[in-house]
Design a binder for this molecule. Sequence first.
Ligand SMILES: Nc1nc2c(ncn2[C@@H]2O[C@H](COP(=O)(O)OP(=O)(O)OP(=O)(O)O)[C@@H](O)[C@H]2O)c(=O)[nH]1
Length: 811
Amino acid sequence: MPPKSGHHRAKNVGYDDDDMYGEEEDYYEEEGGEGDGMTEEDKEQMAAATLQVKEALFGDLRLTDKEIQEALWHYYYDVEKSVIYLKNKHTPKEPAQPKQSQKPVSRFDQAAGAADTGAPTGKHSLHDIQSTTLCAALSLNRVDVPYPEPLLAPLSMESLSTKTSNFFWDTPWGGIDRNRMGVIMEPTRLRGGLLGGSKLAALAAKRKQKQQEQASNGDGTSNADKAVALLDRLSVKGDRSAPAVAEAPKPSVRYQRKKSPSPKPEPEPEEDPEPEPVKPLIEFPDLRAEPSTFAATLCSDDPAQKRKMVTFASFDVPYSTQSKFRMSNPWDGPSPDDVVQEAQKRGAGRTPKAKKTPKKTNGEALAESVEKLSFVDDTPKVKSKNLNVEQEYAQSGLKRMLNFVVIGHVDHGKSTLMGRLLYNMKVIDQRSVDKLRKEAENLGKSSFALAWVMDQTSEERSRGVTVDIATNNFETEKTRFTILDAPGHRDFIPNMIAGASQADFAVLVIDASTNSFESGLKGQTKEHALLVRSMGVQRIIVAVNKMDTVAWSPQRFNEISSQMTEFLVSASFSPKQITFVPVAGLTGGNVTSHTEDPEATWYTGPTLVAALDASEPAKRPIDKPLRLTIADVFRGSIINPVSISGRIDAGNVQVGDVVLAMPSNQRATIKAIESETGEPGDWAVAGQIPVLHLQGIDPVHLRLGDILCDPTQPVRLVRSFTAKILAFEHVLPSTVDVFRGRLQAVGRIVKLSAVLNKSTAEVVRKRPRIVKPGEVARVVVELERELPLEVGVRVVFREGGKTVAAGLLEG
Ligand SMILES: Nc1nc2c(ncn2[C@@H]2O[C@H](COP(=O)(O)OP(=O)(O)OP(=O)(O)O)[C@@H](O)[C@H]2O)c(=O)[nH]1
């Protein structure tokens, strides 16, 4: 007998036979000692219990002590249970009742009965469906698995024929096509595991077989009890004290152990715990839908089944059901591309037939006509008056016209001086000057008020420097002047060059205040002077400015004059063409009238305006072919969509003339002409800077620096040229930026031909390796792109932000 400790433990929990077997086996091996294993206490307890059982039987049964003790051992000295057991076992049995249904039916028998008959006994319920469906879904086998109580609710015959789809007949998706319903395939072979091929299943099968044999032998009375006992063993027992009226002694393999001396109970039928898997005993109603193609393909081992399902569930794509689709061969006939190409071939050479235009709505017609209107150039053709412009100019009695460029180092007072000039010449009124002064004061730049007469952009005003050429006009009694105010900052030298290229003469402004003149010499004072000379400017007026800051010192004035004369003469200016005027642009001294400052009485020379007026204009090549350098392009005006302004270098123009823009090589007609002062006119001549309103040309073909020329004698586009240059820096064969007015291109000095005499232009030295600053030389230049250049035009070479040389194109 096992010791008590193991006894209690085994009774507290109901285990599966498999579990108990292994567990107990280990246990006995540990305990396996000699003798019956009963302690003295056990023996006493057994003897007392045996007496009690005998008393309880009252001699009803003649039983040996061994039989009684066997029962007591089995029921752990429980006298009551042992008595019941013994009575049941040894009381003669009555013949089996023919109506088993009248007997209390255990739950196991309910399930077993269902398996036997294949017919459920109760009503169809949701649980039925769920249980059977669940079983099918999980185990994929039909086995006699003990179900939880709710799942064993009786099934009706009706449910047998019930399909899963019928159950969902009232759901929104109940009418789904059969071939679109999900299917679970039953595997073709049994799987192992608890629900498929466990010992439990085998045991149940064996028991069922035994029951059938007993029933056939007429011994079916204890089937139900045994079934219940089996069920009880399969569930956890929470209450051992509950009466077990029909409970049979629990069959246990432990008593069959070799070493156990205890009396052996009756041999149980479950001798063979590992029977072969047998056919499932419970046949559940077949609620499965047909497997889907996917499931059949994936799960089924049966190729025939797979084929069947594929055939069953395959369906045509929608449009393939149309006979037209089925019958047609997409490769019949030519491809769409072939059709198009064939049609194009046939249509080649034929005049296209007028398309049948669909009838338009009023709105569409209106929109179309408006669109047409916008593209129709309704500008009337400009007719030329065929004037003799040279004769017109001679007879016009116009004042002579002079353009001058204002140059000098940054902040030496150029714009202020010009502002004062314009103010004194009544070009701008006091109100305008007051307004500018106020604005300048607000920005803390009150001293710049007069400069703002010329510097009109916000950038120029906020930075206090001139950026681009500013133009303005004024007149004296005999001359109409155009001012070209150039920026003094070295960053804007290309703009200064553009201004210088339009000028007849130059006004060089020098700050007379201490150190400013000297610093200017190192800066742009000399560079500007050299540049304008190189651009063909011969006359120069030097305005020694800010004389108020040096108390109109004649010494300072003379000092500056002498130094600058020396330099300018060295730069090829004729002394006769150089004029010095002491001025104060801010206060207006000597600008248009002599200053009243007593310290300035020593100066008796001309005022600035007088010096300007004393200038002689260069000879105007009015009779030459037209050459106009574009200085500005305007677009967007409704009346005049495209306009340009620029100096006429040579020739003349009149309204109705056709001009050629180079290098774009586009023609345009002159629609109207305005003078520098905005007065309309019929013609303009060389030396003037008119505004020309053009038609018949897109503004994209017009850029700053381009040339408008006579279409019959156009300017040449060149890639290589020879020039006579004045060197400002050492000149070597190298890459340079070539400027022609505002036109610019990258070029390379490929050859130093000769160093020339400055006055006579005779060759001094052939093929020099280098040209020194101040020397005049002949060089050959090649350009990266074509520029409109011809003999006599001025070019400037710059390198690394510095002007290295400037000169005249020779060929
Ligand atoms: N005292 C005094 N200051 C002057 C005179 N002329 C100009 N200034 C001042 O000099 C500063 C520069 O004057 P601007 O006219 O802007 O000089 P700028 O040469 O035109 O300068 P950029 O165009 O940028 O090269 C301003 O503050 C002027 O008020 C002058 O005659 N006397």
